[in-house]
Design a protein around this ligand. Structure first.
Ligand code: SF4
Length: 317
C-alpha cells in the first residue's frame, strides 16, 4: 500500500516500474530520485539520505571540535529524523555535542503527544533535553494568546517559538541551532515571501549568526523533501503517527504548498530552482544586506530590524 502511494510522486512525473530494481543492488526500490536519476531500495535510500545530509553539513564547515548543536525537537517527523541523523553523524566527530530543546507552545490536544515522543527519543538516544514553554517565557499558552486572533496562529507561534528556542539555546551554551526545515518548507517560504513582497525576510540569512546577538541557525534537512523524510522514517521503522496541529494549514501556506506540489510533479526540480534563485539573489545583494541596520528593541532589548522586535509586536507590548 505504501509503495502504491509513493511510487508516482518521487522526483519525476514518470512512475516507478515495479519490475525495475534498485540501481545499486537490484532489490525492489522504494523511491526513484533525480539528479542523478536513480532507483533505490530501502537500505540504499536510507544511506543516500544520510549521505546527502552529511555532505551538506560538511560543506558548510559545521561540526568542528567545541561545537554544541541544539536541535529544535518538536517531536514531529522532521525534527525526529534530524536528531536521529545528527546523532549518527556527531557520534564520529570528536568534541562535538548534541543537545535537544522542545518548545511547548501550549496547544491542547496536540502538544502533549509530541512532547512525549520527544522525551522518548532523547531518552533512547541518551541526549540532554530541555523543554521550555510559552507559559513560562511569555506568561500564557498559545491557545490563550490566540483568543480572537486564530487566523494569525502560525505567525504568532513562529515568532515566539524562534525566541523560545534562542533563549533556551543560549542558556544551554549552544554554538548552533539546528532546525528540521525540509526542502518543501524552504521552497514554500521563498514563494510566500515573494508573494508577500517581504524582501528583507526573503534575503535574511541566519546561518552565520551575529556575535553577541544571535546564534547561527542551520537547516541540515533542507536537502530532503517531505516525502523523503516520511519514507526514511517508514522504511527504518522510526515512523510514529502523531496528531496534526489544530492551527495548521494557514491560508497562504496551504495554497502555496498545493501549488508547489503540483508544479514539482509536472516540472521536477522546481523546489530546488526556487531555493537556488533565492541564494543567487542573496549572494548578489550580500553587501547591501549586511549593511542593513540592526538595532535593539526599545521594549525588551533583543536584536531587531525595527524599533520593536517581532516578539514585542505579536505580544502587543
Ligand atoms: Fe505553531 Fe502553526 Fe506549527 Fe501549529 S502549525 S505548531 S500554530 S507554526
Amino acid at each position: 500500500m505504501y509503495w502504491q502511494k509513493e511510487r508516482m510522486n518521487f522526483g519525476s512525473s514518470r512512475s516507478l516500474m515495479a519490475d525495475e530494481g534498485c540501481s545499486l543492488c537490484g532489490k525492489p526500490p522504494v523511491a526513484r530520485l533525480i539528479d542523478p536519476e536513480r532507483r533505490l531500495c530501502a537500505e540504499h535510500f536510507v544511506e543516500d539520505c544520510a549521505a546527502r545530509v552529511k555532505a551538506g553539513i560538511m560543506e558548510a564547515g559545521l561540526l568542528a571540535p567545541g561545537d554544541r548543536i541544539a536541535v529544535g525537537l518538536s517531536g514531529g517527523k522532521d525534527s525526529t529524523l534530524l536528531l536521529i541523523l545528527l546523532h549518527g553523524i556527531v557520534s564520529s566527530c570528536t568534541g562535538v555535542h548534541l543537545i535537544a530543546i522542545t518548545v511547548d507552545e501550549g496547544i491542547a490536544g496536540y502538544r502533549e503527544e509530541t512532547v512525549a515522543a520527544a522525551v522518548d527519543l532523547t531518552t533512547r538516544l541518551g541526549i540532554e533535553h530541555r523543554i521550555v514553554s510559552f507559559s513560562d517565557l511569555f506568561g500564557a499558552d498559545l491557545d490563550v494568546l490566540l483568543s480572537d486572533r486564530e487566523a494569525e496562529a502560525c505567525t504568532v507561534c513562529g515568532v515566539l517559538r524562534r525566541r523560545a528556542l534562542a533563549v533556551a539555546a543560549a542558556e544551554m551554551g549552544a554554538t548552533h541551532i539546528a532546525t528540521g526545515h525540509n526542502l518543501d518548507d524552504e521552497a514554500q517560504s521563498v514563494l510566500m515571501n515573494v508573494l508577500r513582497g517581504d524582501l528583507s525576510k526573503l534575503l535574511l540569512d541566519t546561518s552565520e549568526g551575529l556575535p553577541d546577538c544571535f546564534i547561527p541557525r542551520i537547516k541540515p534537512l533542507s536537502v530532503l523533501s517531505e516525502k523523503e523524510i516520511t519514507t526514511y522514517l517508514l522504511v527504518s521503522g522510526a515512523y510514529t503517527d502523531l496528531p496534526e496541529c489544530p492551527y495548521a494549514g494557514g491560508a497562504l501556506r496551504g495554497e502555496v504548498r498545493g501549488m508547489l506540489a503540483d508544479l514539482e510533479f509536472r516540472y521536477p526540480g522546481t523546489r530546488w530552482r526556487l531555493i537556488r534563485s533565492r541564494d543567487q539573489v542573496r549572494n548578489l545583494l550580500a553587501e547591501e544586506v549586511s549593511q542593513g541596520v540592526l538595532q535593539r528593541c526599545v521594549r525588551c532589548g533583543e536584536v531587531s530590524s525595527g524599533e520593536l522586535c517581532s516578539v514585542c509586536r505579536v505580544l502587543g507590548r
